[in-house]
Design a protein around this ligand. Structure first.
Ligand code: MRU
Length: 363
């Protein structure tokens, strides 16, 4: 996507392989700050503190984190220790495990002296593949949006949750990719952006992305979604995924399940954009998906820009009140109209996924 007219990926290796440049997403939408990660620890911390976030970008950052780790040593023991550090950063998005397993297998197939160059090449391949996957998701999702537009003949009101845009991937995004494609193709769309408490990825990141690309949108409180659906103001819901089980159950940002319930009750199509690396072929259903529990302070406090330009954290809840912060939920397959993958759209079911990915016989 373009930043001030310049095509920019969310993660970019430095040409001399001394580091990887990222956008510090904790500073958006108030400041666009680039940061260079130069060590394994810096990469792990960037994932843990959500300077980079979103399932595909977490995987890509971990891949580069491993490449950075090889500057010190390239033994199997060193690679395993680096993988363990990176794998422990965030539990829910399976892209992290997928990227690390792919990197490890590639590196251990080579003699130690060839591993450093191979790590940078493999991480770059993961990034390039992510972009190609998202372009394909954009095409398949665009066809769905076009069909819906043909049926209504007026501006389509789409709804999304969290941020599944280019910031969450290497480029284009997953759920937002078809929306960008529709907008660019001249299909009139308007996007309801749910703020996504507690970290507000919708209000901060999705709104910033859509505004930068000129896509008409409106930020809403999460709690407004059901009301808008009942009022007939939502034509389609499009969300991303952090882990999809073999039966089509989907883990995504907390609050996704409530939107799926409301969409189901109102007969509104509810689609999940799913890159292949987000499917966990080892998990039979969503019950086994690990749900990240984040710090209670994300619920009890909120960050915003003060009038004087300072970023401030302010308390919302009484100091004596405990808070819980599950960061993801699982939407059962029965509430999902379809999964938009890079290989096409399929029902959220074992048969649907198997038909598109016949090479996966496990799970
Ligand atoms: O906690 P986050 O911001 O990493 O959660 C991100 C999401 O839930 C996204 O919807 C998901 O990763 C899909 S990103 C293309």
């Amino acid at each position: 996507m373009n930043i001030a007219g310049t095509p920019t990926r969310s993660i970019r290796p430095l040409p001399d392989r001394s580091g990887v440049e990222i956008i510090d997403q904790t500073r958006l939408p108030h400041a666009l700050v680039f940061r260079t990660l130069r060590t394994l620890e810096a990469a792990a911390e960037a994932i843990q503190t959500m300077q980079v976030r979103g399932a595909p970008l977490i995987g890509a950052t971990a891949a580069y984190g491993l490449a950075l780790a090889l500057a010190e040593a390239a033994s199997e023991a060193h690679i395993d220790a680096a993988c363990a550090r990176l794998a422990a950063t965030r539990p829910t998005a399976v892209n992290l495990r997928w990227a690390l397993e792919r990197m490890r297998a590639r590196l251990l197939s080579l003699p130690a002296e060839a591993r450093r160059a191979a790590a940078w090449a493999e991480a770059a391949a993961i990034c390039d593949e992510d972009v190609a996957i998202n372009e394909a998701i954009a095409r398949h999702g665009l066809a769905l949006i076009r069909d819906r537009y043909a049926a209504t003949g007026r501006t389509l009101n789409l709804m999304t949750h969290c941020n599944a845009g280019w910031l969450a991937t290497v480029d284009w995004g997953t759920a937002l990719a078809p929306i960008y494609a529709a907008h660019d193709a001249g299909v009139p769309v308007h996007v309801w952006v749910s703020e996504t408490r507690p970290r507000n990825q919708g209000a901060a990141l999705t709104a910033w992305e859509l505004a930068s690309h000129g896509v008409p949108h409106t930020v809403i409180a999460d709690n407004a979604a059901g009301h808008l659906m009942r009022q007939g103001q939502v034509d389609m819901v499009l969300v991303g995924a952090d882990r999809v089980a073999v039966n089509g159950d989907v883990a995504n940002k907390i609050g996704t399940y409530l939107k799926a319930l409301a969409a189901h009750d109102n007969g509104i199509p509810f689609y999940v954009a799913v890159p292949g690396p987000t499917i966990d072929w080892r998990l039979a259903d969503g019950a086994g998906i690990p749900i990240e529990a984040r710090d209670a302070s994300e619920v009890t406090h909120i960050r915003g820009l003060a009038e004087d330009g300072r970023l401030l954290d302010v308390r919302l809840a009484p100091a004596a009140s405990p808070a819980a912060n599950p960061a993801f939920d699982v939407t059962p397959a029965r509430l999902i109209t379809g999964l938009i993958t890079e290989r096409g759209v399929c029902p959220a079911s074992r048969a649907g996924l198997r038909a598109l990915y016949p090479e996966h016989t496990d799970g």
